[in-house]
Ligand binder design. Structure first.
Ligand code: ZN
Length: 584
């Protein structure tokens, strides 16, 4: 078993270093809360920025240590206790942050633009953004009231939805026995080898949702109604405009991307129809077979083989990329195999102030495990480029969060296809295309659905029938004849929890952006663009200091132009053509 080493963050919760840092954090926070902001812009801004950076440099490792401990040991009581404590401390930071924001907004943009002090120059974008966003803040009284009402309103609706779907169970026949499964377990059967099981799981799932549909529809109406109202009060044209603004994007860029995606939908339908044919269906792919395996792969990797494969292929890109992964392995930043009490999935956590990352995997030796490893080490490489960044500037927006990860995943996937035999190539390609279809076609259906709900909610609550119809319409618009019309999924709005957060509106298009932006960069790399590696590293560094359009422009890419997006989609199109040829 290969565990990660967390002792290089803190030896333990009880250790003097952890406890001393916690005490020091509370002292610094008290100082930040009482910090006086005067007419002297340079002096006050410097004082706040220095103090806030110092607070975050302590808060972040203390918090991540608890979070990481919990993620591999869910019964660790100290981790639960300190996560809660630090979560509350983090919430306390909102007050001095809003005070500073309003103070910055009381100066004009030129004051920020003309700063000469080095620390302030580096925080120019940060301050400009605070100033611009201040225009959308309500009065202090309203903000406090709103956040308290969210607790008992929209957040409570979200909790209700989570409880209803979390507790919902359904009976299904498996291997001749009747079993009682949760919704998550039922959904996991979507990739089962036996098509009869996949179909039964899908029907059982739809039946189960019908039992809670009225309650979760009420929750959805409550949350979307709240967001429509508050978004308007803040001065945004729509919840979409607000979401786009918050992800440092602009509507022209979003339109260019969506328009290119719409143009290429027929390409994805071609893949869906081929997959349907391979599985013996005549009228397109039934929803329950979207994740069906079409062949088996006997590609297995030991952890050392996977490591070596990733390192060798990272080296084809750059020595630095390879070294960043080597460092993660050498310093035990990676937690490898599944074990009891460890959560599922995979993630990468940055510990910027300490020049470290941690990567959690659930590696079992499959090929997917290798691409996941490359993906998460790609995130670690993004962190690596930000190791010297100020804590206030260590965050990048969602649309750019998957750039390095998908780029690295693409390097490794392409290398694997090159050395694969025909059966393996089909397996790898299909996995990759299946994933892209989710990120392009399904994400687009979710985007259309969410927009329909927000628009219609202005006139009143949507009934269960209206929600189901809106979802089917969205699937028809995007999947088209690629899906079998008799087997679509009218309850996808009950399945994705992001619709039920008043804070994560349109938590869909940033993922399409992430995939296509990374693929677009990869296309430039493949085309032999000179100086690519250095420019790419700089681009990753820029992700925390510019809006999305400018980050892309720093590499000469115009994301407001449809051509860029069409070129990215062209890479997936090539894969689909190759898949169709190989399965002929
Ligand atoms: Zn990722």
């Amino acid at each position: 078993m290969t565990y990660w080493d967390l002792t290089t963050i803190y030896p333990s919760f009880e250790s003097d270093t952890y406890q001393n840092d916690l005490t020091k954090l509370k002292t610094l926070m008290a100082e930040l809360e009482t910090l006086e902001l005067t007419d002297d812009f340079t002096k006050s801004a410097t004082a706040y920025i220095e103090k806030a950076n110092a607070v975050l440099k302590l808060l972040f490792p203390l918090n991540i240590y608890a979070h990481l401990t919990f993620s591999v040991d869910s019964s660790n009581q100290a981790a639960i206790k300190y996560s809660d404590t630090l979560g509350m401390l983090q919430a306390q930071l909102a007050a001095p942050a809003v005070k500073f924001q309003k103070w910055v907004a009381s100066f004009d943009a030129d004051t920020i633009e003309n700063v000469t002090d080095n620390l302030l120059v580096e925080h120019k974008f940060f301050m400009h953004e605070l100033q611009q966003n201040a225009a959308y803040l309500l009065s202090e009284k309203e903000e406090v009231l709103l956040s308290k009402l969210r607790q008992v309103g929209a957040n409570a609706w979200g909790d209700l939805m989570a409880k209803l779907t979390g507790n919902l169970q359904a009976e299904i026949e498996l291997d001749g026995k009747t079993e009682t499964l949760t919704l998550t377990m039922l959904r996991n059967l979507a990739s089962h080898k036996d098509s009869a099981v996949r179909k039964r799981a899908y029907q059982t799932e739809l039946n189960a949702y019908s039992k809670i549909e009225e309650s979760i529809a009420a929750a959805l109406n409550g949350i979307k109604g709240d967001v429509n109202m508050t978004s308007k009060m803040r001065g945004f044209d729509s919840p979409l405009a607000e979401a786009v603004h918050n992800s440092r994007l602009d509507l022209a860029t979003l339109d260019a991307m969506l328009s290119a995606m719409t143009d290429k939908l027929p390409v994805f339908r071609k893949y869906l129809k081929r997959k349907a044919k391979l599985l013996g269906h005549k009228n397109g792919l039934p929803f329950y077979d979207l994740f069906a395996p079409i062949n088996e792969s006997d590609m297995t990797y030991s952890y050392d083989e996977a490591k070596q494969f990733v390192l060798d292929n990272f080296a084809t890109f750059s020595e630095e990329l390879k070294n960043s992964a080597q460092k993660a392995f050498d310093d035990n930043w990676v937690d490898v195999e599944p074990r009891k009490g460890k959560r599922g999935g995979a993630f990468c956590a940055p510990i910027i102030g300490r020049r470290q990352s941690r990567v959690m995997l659930n590696f079992t030796g499959s090929f997917d495990g290798v691409t996941t490893m490359a993906h998460e080490l790609g995130h670690a490489y993004h962190n690596w480029q930000l190791f010297d960044e100020h804590m206030l500037l260590a965050d990048y927006p969602l649309p750019l969060a998957e750039t390095a990860s998908i780029f690295c995943e693409t390097i490794v996937t392409n290398a694997a296809i090159k050395k694969a035999d025909k059966n393996e190539a089909i397996y790898i390609l299909e996995k990759s295309i299946m994933n892209s279809t989710q990120v392009i076609v399904d994400i687009m259906s979710r985007f259309i659905f969410e927009k329909t709900v927000f628009d219609n909610r202005q006139q009143g609550p949507l009934s269960v029938d209206m929600l189901k119809q809106a979802m089917l319409d969205a699937q028809l618009q995007t999947y088209g004849d690629g899906l079998d019309k008799d087997f679509m999924h009218p309850y996808m709005w009950a399945c994705k929890s992001h619709y039920y957060s008043a804070y994560n509106n349109y938590y869909n298009y940033p993922y399409a952006f992430g995939l296509l932006f990374a693929l677009g960069l990869y296309a430039e790399y493949q085309n032999g663009r000179p100086n690519f590696v250095a420019d790419y590293n700089q681009l990753l560094k820029n992700t925390t200091r510019m809006n999305v359009k400018d980050v892309a422009a720093s590499m000469g890419i115009d994301v407001t132009k449809k051509d860029f997006w069409l070129a990215s989609l062209g890479i997936i199109e090539q894969q689909i053509e190759q898949f169709i040829e190989l399965t002929n």
